[in-house]
Structure formats: C-alpha cells, structure tokens
Design a protein around this ligand. Structure first.
Ligand code: BG6
Length: 789
C-alpha cells in the first residue's frame, strides 16, 4: 500500500515539476503524548504544504511498542488529523487519505531494527527509481534514550551519499552547563552540527517567529527607538494556569527556571536584544548575532531572582513520589528574573523574565515599553491615540492565550504604523471593551496571523527547509547554560515564597527592582509581624564611638557602619573640592569595600565625582580586565555607575610591555611619578585601607619588607596568597595622607583586631600597626563582629 501511495504522490509530483527527491521521516516516540498532540499533525501539515512541489515522502512512526499496538495507535491518530479551515473538505479527505497511506508504524528497538529500516528505505527507492533527498529522525523520546538511538542511526541508518540527515531533538538538553556539555559531546560524536535540530517550540510560535522579521521590515521606524535611550523596560512573560501535577518527578529535578526560562524565555530575550543582521534570512548571521547577545548578558546573582512555589506543590510531590510528610521541596514553580544586557544598545534597560505555574491566567507575551519624554499641554480628554505622545507607547509580541486569545503583534498608534507581511498577518477586528496593557485595543495597530499555526507545524516546516536559525545550536545552548548555571547554583538552597493557586495569590508575587536587585514588593505576613524576642535589627543599635590604638573608632552593625563611612567620605570629598577644587581618593581592593562602593554608587547623588581622582592603594599583578584585579572590582561596583572623568581614574600600571609587574618596566616608579605630578605633596585627601587576618594592610605583608619604610612611594611586593605578585602604596606614602580610614568587617577579623589593639609600632610583624598619618587623621571603622566578636 505504501508503494501504491508513493506512486500516486509521485505522479502528482511529476505532473507539477521535476522530481526533487524522496524524504523519509522517522518519528521516534510516535505513540507518545507529544506525537499524539502535535507531531503527527505537524507532519501532516508538512505534507499538505509540500505535496505537488517535487518531493515524495514516507512517514515511519516508530516506538518500542509491538507492531500491532503501534499500528492501531497510529491509525487512530491519523484519523483525527485536520486540515486548515480554508481547505475544501473533499481535498482534505483526499490528502489525508494519501498521508495515511504513506505513514506506517514500525518497531525500532535494536541496531538490527535500524539496519532493516535503512534497507527497506533503500529497496523502495530502488524499486521506484527514486533519488533520496534526505532522512529526518525526530527524537520524541526521553534524553536517556538519545545515545543508543543516535549510535544506531549513525552506524546503520544514515542516508546514502548526496542525501542529507536531520535529527531533531527535544529538551531537556541537560540540567546545567556541565551536563549539557556532556550530552552535546556525546551527540557530537554521532552527528555533525548541521545535522542536529534542537527544538525550542517557542521559536515556532508565530508571534515569536515574527520578532526578527518585524524588526527587519520596520527598520526605519525602529532604528532610533530600539535602544536604551527610548526603551524603558522589556517584559518577557509566560504565565500558566496549569500546575505541575502528574509530572512532579520531572519538575522536581528541573523547576521553572530550567523548564521555561533557560530555554523559551531566553530565546525570546536574545531575539529582542540581539543586533539585527543585515540579512535576517541568513541563518548563520542570525545565529552568530544571537551568540553575541548571549555574550553581552550581565552575570546573574542571587539578588537577580525572586522565587515562588504554589501551595499544593509540596503535597503533590509527596503523593506522586511517595515522600514522607517531613519532605519539603525547594523547587520553584514561579520565578521573576532581572536581566541586564551590557552593551551600548541596552545598558541600564531592565529585562524582566517571568514564568509560573498555577497563576491567575494563561498568557505569554514580550512587551517593549518605551519611555515617555513628552509633556502634553491639553487636557487628557483631548488626547488622541495616534497623536498623543503622552499615552503609553509599547510594542507587544503577544504569544497567545490571555484576553486576546490568539497570537498578535501590537504597536501603539502613537509610535508608528508597522509593516507586516499582508499574506500572513491581518489587522485584528475591533473588540470594544477589550483592554490590553492598560489601553483599549483600539489604541494599537493590531495584527494577528491570517492562519493560526501550531508551533510544531511551523518548526517541522523549518526543519524540512533546513532553516537552522529556528533551532538551538550547540554553541547557543551552552551559552545559555553558562548564563543560567551560576544563578541556579546560588539558588539551590533558597526557600521559595509559597503562594495560593490562581487569582488568590493577589499581589503576593508582585516584584520590583532597584539597581541590580529584584525583590517581592510585599513582605510576607510573618515577616511583618515579628514574634516576641525576635533577633535585634541593626537599627536597634546606636553607632558606637570609642578609641582604638589611640585613634577614633566607629563601630556599628555592617549596614550602619558602611552608611556612616560613605557619609564621612562624601563629607571629606565635598570639603576637599570646596577648598582645593579636587579630591584625591585612594581605594583598596578586596571584599570589605564592595558594599561601601555600592553604597557610594547608588545612594550618594551629591558626591562630587566630576572633581574626584580615584587611585588604587594596591593591585594584584594580573591584567586589569581579570576578575581578580582590584581595578576590575572598582569598575564593577563603582565606576560603571558614576560619572568620573576618564582622566581622573588612575589604575596601577601592573601590565606593561605585555608582562606583569616586571621590575624593569618600572611600573611602580611610573605610578609614583603620576601621584607626585597630580597630588599636591603626594598627600592623598583620603586613603581607604583594610586589615588582613595576618595584620597586613594594602599589599604590605609581614613576610615582605618592601614598602614598610624607605623612600620609594610605590613598591612591588609578595603576598603569601595567590596571585603572589602585588603593587602597593608604601607605608610612608600612606602616612602622608590627610586622612586614613581603615575598614574592618566580619567575625574572622576578631582575633587580629584584639591582637593589634595591644601591639605597639611593629610594622614588620603587623604592617597595619605602621599606619599613623604624620599630620593627618586616622579613623577606624569596625563592625560589631570584628570589634566585639
Ligand atoms: C514546556 C514546559 O516546554 O512548555 C511546560 O516543559 C510548559 O512546563 C510548556 O507548560 C508551555 O508551552 P505552551 O506552548 O503551552 O505555552
């Protein structure tokens, strides 16, 4: 029968045009859920689209089930296949009949089964005198089965010379960067990169697939708008009403970030954020630009995420996986993430990614909200949608469901009239009363697909046409895991906020950002009402003033201490600028100053940065872009947030002539000359120091005599810990400063704090004890843990 059907289809092809070859599609997992729901229908759609265009087809449904059972299953599925609404019923029945004839079930278990399949395909081709165009193997099977199947295809079922092989893979593609890499390496030993098509079905959703063409076709209008100057924020959202019931064994291992954000939402993010290639129909260019977008993503930190778990989830897990009552799952079913893209186009624009189960509605969208820079003089009543610059301006790629109920592209009328391909997108008819994103539908130019298509149908067509840009390459996959894995690791023990299912969650899951941090807008009830005897809060304590080594000591809880030190630095800076027109600040590296730098960067709007010179107290002998470099810390936590003129920033010259801290390069002397040229009397206005647990300060170590005395203002030293080579201001230079602040924080410093409080001037043993400005002031800033233990 298969042969007869092939002949019929062949005749049609020959009539239409020259025969282009035969394609065999092998659907592995043909009796599974995904196949039943989407894949068979997608293959039928492929047949409908391609029939008569020169190719002939055969479809092999394969699974481990017996031939009889499998064939019965497939027969049923094939009977339920539907045609597009605009096809006349007779034609639909005819084509469905042909498709049914071309589709067969076969059991594929052993390597021999794959050999037999290959032989059958070859025999048929020979019998009919057909040329083989290619074979598609669609893996709709769990990943643990991938390797065996891949091995069998590679060894026994590749098409002959001149024909292509395409293997289609379904997620999950690993659990983190390492496992994704292992899986990729394994698959890479069987298949070439161009043979693999990793599916992310969101790339087949019509509104998502339209993002790049839309950006391309509206280049002129978007050129000036698609950037940090105009975009206020981007929201990439996928809300679901379903919960994870019935699939908790999968969900427990993955959670919402791995299940949805790492793949679907990240793909969408890259389509919005990437630079637009000149030729958007070049797969290679699109994939390359996407990769660059990944590289521009700023690393995520714990504070970039808020997590939730719907209330019934724990019980579902215990029930479905027979866990004891004491078992509590930490798996998030809801996540909001704040992403920043560190490039000139997007710097400072927040991208919110959010997804959750058991929420109040099912909807997916990408919303680009533009800043409003206009003031409208006339009364609001006279604002007209397509003219008023004061109404919200947004572009929305509406992925589906929600109030609108279908995919759409919405553009606020006060932005521009977009151009969309009229053969595939039509204007949405008016729906009085319907509001979307705060505005009536009539405020938008709104388009929906002429023919709604399921994502899998779209992707199957793209596989057939070799459109690799709709799929995930190994490079892009690993880039995504590189981005997500550190966050996933840091959140592994985080307790998600419990939320009631559906609309009951109210505002509990609303979140907001400040700087790089995301947090729930509402505190949880139990946090609002502290019980009796709850732990004291920092604000319960006064800042303590005392003396330490004969100099003023300020002690407080860390938060207060940092706030006080930042205030003092600002006051010193303002005074210096008022008197001398400039302020010379020398900063140490390490972790203690980080919260201080962040405080200065985000809370001190009156700081005279434009007149401040920043110097380094010490530096590690690594390139300045190295994460270990003190300058890099300064850049990450301060410089990128404030406006210090470039010529006022003075990194230490540790990297000269392509080598690090070589004595002959005279970097230390160069720094000393720069100081003496710019800083009056080489006397800094403020030097910020720390104290190591061995009593070191700056990069002056007990074991290394350099810099403790003598005439050299800047010295090369050795640290007992890596990287060993350092450059440092010397004690004599530090002691010329007008003011020296020593910041000491944390319990680990308790012992050295005690010890140093008792010793005299012994810099060789404890370099910190040599800090005593000759005519300036020394102030110690210690948190309670360092000072009181
Ligand atoms: C899948 C996830 O990839 O996408 C599911 O594993 C999720 O958890 C589904 O429900 C959502 O897809 P869609 O097409 O229904 O939006």
């Amino acid at each position: 029968m298969l042969t007869v059907a092939m002949c019929m289809a062949l005749v049609a092809c020959l009539q239409a045009q020259e025969l282009r070859g035969h394609v065999s599609v092998i659907l592995l997992g043909a009796t599974g859920d995904l196949a039943k729901k989407y894949l068979w229908q997608g293959l039928f759609q492929l047949y409908l689209d391609e029939v008569g265009k020169g190719y002939s087809f055969s479809f092999h449904g394969a699974a481990l089930t017996s031939t009889k059972q499998g064939q019965e299953f497939i027969t049923k599925v094939l009977e339920s296949l539907t045609c597009p609404e605009d096809m006349v019923p007779g034609r639909c029945a005819e084509l469905r009949g042909q498709f049914q004839q071309l589709s067969r079930y076969r059991r594929l278990r052993t390597n021999e089964d794959y050999m037999a399949l290959s032989k059958d395909i070859e025999a048929q081709l020979e019998h009919k005198g057909l040329r083989e165009a290619g074979r598609v193997f669609y893996f709709s099977v769990p990943p643990f089965a991938y390797a065996d199947i891949a091995r069998s295809i590679n060894s026994s079922c590749r098409p002959g010379p001149g024909a292509w092989l395409r293997v289609v893979l379904e997620k999950p593609f690993g659990h983190d960067h390492l496992s994704a890499q292992q899986l990729a390496t394994e698959l890479g030993s069987f298949f070439q990169e161009e043979e693999m098509y990793r599916v992310d079905h969101y790339l087949g959703k019509q509104a998502v697939a339209q993002i790049l063409p839309f950006r391309d076709q509206n280049r002129k209008a978007l050129d000036g708008l698609w950037n940090r100057h105009h975009v206020e924020r981007v929201e990439i959202i996928m809300k679901e009403t379903v919960d994870a019931g019935g699939r908790t064994s999968f969900y427990e291992e993955y959670g919402v970030i791995r299940d949805v954000l790492q793949n679907h939402l990240t793909e969408v993010l890259t389509l919005v954020a990437m630079e637009l290639p000149h030729n958007v129909s070049s797969s290679e260019a699109v994939l390359q630009h996407k990769l660059q977008a990944f590289r521009a993503l700023r690393g995520l930190q714990k504070g970039s995420a808020v997590l939730g778990q719907y209330q019934a989830y724990g019980e579902q897990v215990r029930r479905e996986q027979q866990k004891p009552d004491s078992f509590h799952s930490l798996t998030p079913t809801f996540a909001g993430i704040l992403v920043h893209v560190d490039n000139l186009r997007w710097e400072g624009v927040p991208f919110f990614l959010m997804s959750g189960k058991a929420l109040d509605e099912r909807v997916g969208y990408v919303r680009i909200l533009f800043r409003n820079q206009a003031y409208c003089t006339q009364n609001e009543k006279r604002w007209v949608a397509d003219q008023s610059q004061c109404l919200p301006r947004q572009i929305v790629f509406y992925i589906g469901h929600g109030e609108l109920g279908s995919p759409a592209v919405l553009v606020s009328r006060n932005l521009f009239r977009p151009s969309l391909p009229s053969e595939s997108w039509k204007e949405v008819e008016g729906r009085p009363g319907l509001h979307l994103f705060g505005r009536p539908l009539s405020d938008y130019y709104a388009y929906s697909p002429v023919r709604e298509q399921d994502a899998y149908s779209v992707l199957i067509s793209h596989i057939f046409h070799g459109r690799k840009d709709s799929f995930i390459t190994t490079e892009n996959l690993l880039a995504s895991w590189v981005f997500w894995t550190p966050l996933l690791d840091s959140l592994a023990h985080e307790v998600p906020r419990l939320y009631p299912e559906g609309a009951e969650s109210g505002h509990l899951l609303d979140f907001e950002f400040s700087g790089t941090q995301l947090r729930f807008s509402r505190q949880q009830l139990e946090q609002l009402v502290p019980g009796l005897g709850s732990a004291p809060k920092p604000s319960d304590f006064q800042v303590l003033r005392a003396k330490y080594r004969e100099s003023p000591l300020i002690s407080a809880w860390p938060e207060e201490l940092i706030a006080k030190l930042a205030d003092d630095i600002e006051a010193t800076a303002v005074r210096a600028v008022r008197r001398f027109g400039e302020f010379h600040l020398a900063l140490s590296g390490g972790s203690s100053p980080v919260p201080l730098l962040e405080q200065l960067a985000t809370r001190h709007y009156g700081f005279p940065w434009a007149h401040t010179h920043l110097w380094l107290v010490d530096e590690r002998c690594v390139p300045l872009r190295d994460p270990e470099s003190n300058f890099q810390g300064l850049q990450a936590h301060l410089l990128q947030h404030v406006r210090v003129p470039h010529y006022n920033v003075h990194p230490m010259p540790v990297h000269l002539h392509q080598r690090l801290c070589a004595e002959e390069d005279r970097g230390a002397q160069m720094y000393a000359s720069e100081i003496s040229a710019l800083v009056t009397n080489s006397s800094f206005d403020l030097v910020l120091l720390g104290m190591g647990t061995d009593g070191h300060t700056a990069s002056l170590f007990p074991q290394s005599p350099a810099g403790l005395e003598g005439t050299q203002p800047v010295v090369l030293t050795r640290s007992p810990s890596k990287p060993h080579q350092r450059m440092s201001l010397s004690l004599p230079l530090i002691n010329r400063a007008r003011k020296v602040a020593v910041l000491v924080m944390g319990r680990l410093k308790r012992e050295i704090t005690m010890l140093v409080s008792r010793v005299g001037h012994e810099p060789k043993k404890w370099p910190i004890s040599g800090v005593l400005p000759s005519s300036g002031q020394l102030v110690w800033y210690m948190d309670y843990e360092a000072f009181l233990g």
